[in-house]
Every structure is written in C-alpha cells, then in structure tokens.
Design a protein around this ligand. Structure first.
Ligand code: G3I
Length: 402
C-alpha cells in the first residue's frame, strides 16, 4: 500500500512550487549552474530559517553531515553549505585510527584539530567517530598489535584522543559495529581483532576509559544493519539490545545508540515496527538515539534522475516519519554532504546497473538541494507539529564552556 506521504512527481513539483520563491545563494558561493544535468529543484530556499538546522532546532533536534576535512578546508561552497545547514557534524574519516595513527608510537592530529576548531568557532556540535572499530586500522596494526599489548594500546588511544578533545565533543562513537550474528558466538559479538586479543571486556573497557577521558561527551554505541523489517535485522537488533542491557547492568557508562541508517530506496520488507520497538527499548534503558549515517542507496531505481530523486526523497521521509515521533531520537546526520562525495560510489558492488553514479544524499553534485532536502525538512516539521518534545534532550544541553 502506498505510503500516504509518498510523493508522485506531480505532487512533488506542486509541493516544491509552494516552497519559498528564491533559491538562496549559498553565502555568495552560488552553485555552478549546469546545463540541465541532474534534476533541478526550482524555488526551494535552503538558507537561514529555511535551513535544515533551523527546522531541526524547531523540532528540538540536531541535524548535520559527515564531512570530508580536506573539502572543508579547500572548497568554500562546501564549507558554506556545512555552516548553513549543520548544528552538528562528524568526520567521515579524520578521527579514525587509520587517520590518527601513522605509526604505533605516533599520532597525527592536524586534520582532527582543524575540524574541532572549525566546529568550535561556529558553535557546531561535533561527533567523534570512532574510538574502536575493526576497520580503518592502520597498516602497522596487523604486524605489531598482539594479545600482550592490545589492551594497553586501546586504552592509550582512547585516553589520548578523547582526552585531547575533552569538553569539545558532543558524542563519541566509542565502539563501532561490534555485533555480527553470523560469526556464531552465543553473545553475537563480531570476531574482531579487539575481541581476539583483549577478550569480551574490550567493549566495557573502551566505554569506561572514554568516560574517564572526556566526562562530558555522550558515549555512543554505533551499529548498522538493524533497520529493516527482516529476520536478519531483527536478530541483530536483539543481539545489540542484549549487549546494551548487559553493559547497563554493569553500570558501564553508555548514553546513546547510533543507528547508522544506510537505507535502500527499494526494500522488500521496508522499515517499521521492529525498529520503532528497538528505539523504545533504548529509551527504556535511558539511552538517546542518533541517526548517525543516513543515506539512501538508489542503485535499483530506474535511470531517470527525477524518478530516482523522488524515490530517494520518499524513503527519507517515510524512514524519518517512523523514528522522529520517538522523543529519544535527538540527532540526524547524513553520511556525506553531497552526492559527489558519497562512499556508495566507491566500490563496484554498490554501482548502479546503468553505470551512473548513485544520488543518495540531500544535495547534488553542484550543491543544489534535491527533493530529499524538502523531505527531511518536512519530517522535522511533522515532529514539531506533533509536539513530540517538551523538555531539552540531554544532547542539546548548552555546549560546555571551551
Ligand atoms: O586517505 C587515503 C589516501 O591517502 C589513499 O590514497 C586512498 C587510496 O588507498 O585511500 C584513502 O583512504 C580511504 C579513506 O576512505 C579516505 O578516503 C580508505 O582507503 C577507504 O577505505 C576509506 O573508506 C571509508 C570507510 O568508512 C572505511 O574507513 C569511507 O570513506 C567512509 O565513508 C566509510 O564510512 C563507514 C563508517 O565509518 C562506519 N559505518 C559504515 C560507513 C560506510 O562504510
């Protein structure tokens, strides 16, 4: 049955036409006008009170992007869009082990420091991603890390990195993607190098050291593959909840869950009650929920760009309408600023059959708002109109004094 909020092309064009008249220039760095490439969204004002951060704030939420620090430094239009749209940002890669640790006895903080300064000076909240993951490990890791030194190495990494930015991070993804049901363990923990070399208590240790290193950051467990109404996702949700409950029972410092939300534009089972229940279970444990890496994979949609963009927009809207009524959902970040930067176009296994690049985000290759921009903004408005929030959620307390 068609979701009553899903737009047809005609409905969408009508909707866009009533949006504010002028397409705002992005702080004087207006997007380059292309000769018809890509679907245009005439007449949508994205600036000021029409921005995503403004509509999110009206719904008592935070909105932002995962950012590329090099583009933030070098591309004025990209930087303007981030400043214009975001109340929170996260480094797509600059705070991972691979970026911070050129050698076992070395740290490289230049990009991360620049991002922290960028965010602080603009009063944009900053998520840290991530302190402990089985991917993005530097080349020396496999050669030099052993069961003898792994515990101290992880402890020192967290102390050094979280300690360096203490008081300046909204939330840390302390542990990322630690559950993998297919690995067959009774606790469903993923068989990562951290588990193999430290043991099952690496997760607890990571959170305790993170709290000790930065008492003000919201400590987050971040996960993917828990979104859909499938048996596999339901099993993974159950395993994540069991792990979270065990951590809370041991009084492990844990404040939030990140639902990565890498979505499919077309999904047989879709997204529904199972995920809503998961968010409510998190609330019952006193946990906030952040939608941390939102994007919509459009590889199975038809080639026509307008059809693709409206299909992607409908997914954004239906997914957020599912979760934003839950008052412990307090932040939404898309995994990238614009289509040209998406991770989904790196890797043949994610390519579209027609060979065209994916268009999974809210802004196109020329930093122009797409239908998905309007869909997300409308979803924030729907939450505000529903009066979901009365108080100020934990993550929106005033920024700590720098
Ligand atoms: O910086 C190096 C560059 O010097 C080198 O020339 C180039 C070629 O090898 O690699 C560059 O590093 C790449 C890095 O992105 C920066 O572009 C890595 O190879 C590449 O593996 C890395 O991919 C990132 C991936 O995480 C692994 O860290 C993606 O950009 C990033 O979007 C993706 O994000 C993850 C989240 O962190 C966790 N959730 C899933 C999400 C998607 O996989």
């Amino acid at each position: 049955m068609r979701d009553s909020r899903a737009w047809t092309r005609r409905e969408f064009l009508g909707h866009a036409a009533i949006a504010s008249a002028s397409l705002a220039l992005l702080n004087g760095c207006g997007p380059k006008r292309s000769s018809g490439r890509g679907y245009r969204l005439p007449g949508v004002d994205v600036s000021g009170s029409h921005s995503l951060k403004a509509h999110a704030m009206d719904a008592r939420m935070l909105f932002g992007f995962a950012v590329n620090t090099q583009k933030l430094r070098d591309d004025a239009a990209y930087r303007s869009l981030v400043e214009q749209q975001c109340s929170i940002i996260v480094a797509e890669n600059a705070m991972k082990w691979h970026a911070l640790r050129p050698a076992m006895d070395q740290f490289s903080f230049a990009d991360a420091d620049a991002l922290v300064e960028f965010a602080s000076h603009r009063h944009i909240r900053l998520r840290g991603h991530n302190l402990c993951w089985h991917e993005a490990l530097p080349e020396w890791f496999a050669k030099q890390v052993t069961p003898v030194n792994a515990r101290q190495l992880l402890r020192d990494h967290i102390r050094t990195v979280a300690g360096r930015y203490s008081g300046r991070i909204h939330s840390w993804d302390v542990v990322n993607e630690a559950i993998e049901v297919k690995d067959g363990r009774p606790d469903s923990l993923r068989n990562t190098p951290w588990l193999q070399m430290i043991g099952t208590d690496y997760i607890e240790m990571a959170f305790r050291v993170a709290r000790d290193s930065d008492p003000s950051a919201l400590l987050t467990y971040n996960e993917y593959g828990i979104e859909q109404e499938t048996q596999e996702a339901a099993m993974k949700r159950a395993a994540v909840l069991l792990m979270l409950r065990r951590l809370k029972q041991r009084n492990v410092p844990l404040d939030a869950v990140g639902i990565q939300s890498h979505l499919q534009a077309q999904s047989v089972n879709g997204y529904g009650a199972g995920l809503q229940r998961f968010v409510q279970d998190c609330r019952e444990m006193g946990l906030e929920v952040f939608i941390t890496e939102l994007d919509v994979n459009d590889r199975t949609l038809p080639s026509d760009v307008e059809t693709r963009d409206i299909g992607v927009a409908n997914r954004y809207r239906s997914y957020l309408d599912l979760l934003l009524p839950e008052r412990n959902v307090t932040a939404v970040l898309t995994w990238g600023v614009f289509d040209a930067g998406t991770w989904l176009n790196n890797g043949k296994d994610r390519a579209r059959e027609d060979g065209s690049p994916q268009r999974p985000l809210l802004f196109d290759d020329h930093l122009r708002a797409k239908p998905a921009f309007v869909a997300v903004r409308d979803a924030f408005d729907a939450r505000r109109q529903a009066g979901v929030l009365r108080g100020t959620p934990l993550s929106q307390k005033p920024l700590p004094k720098l």
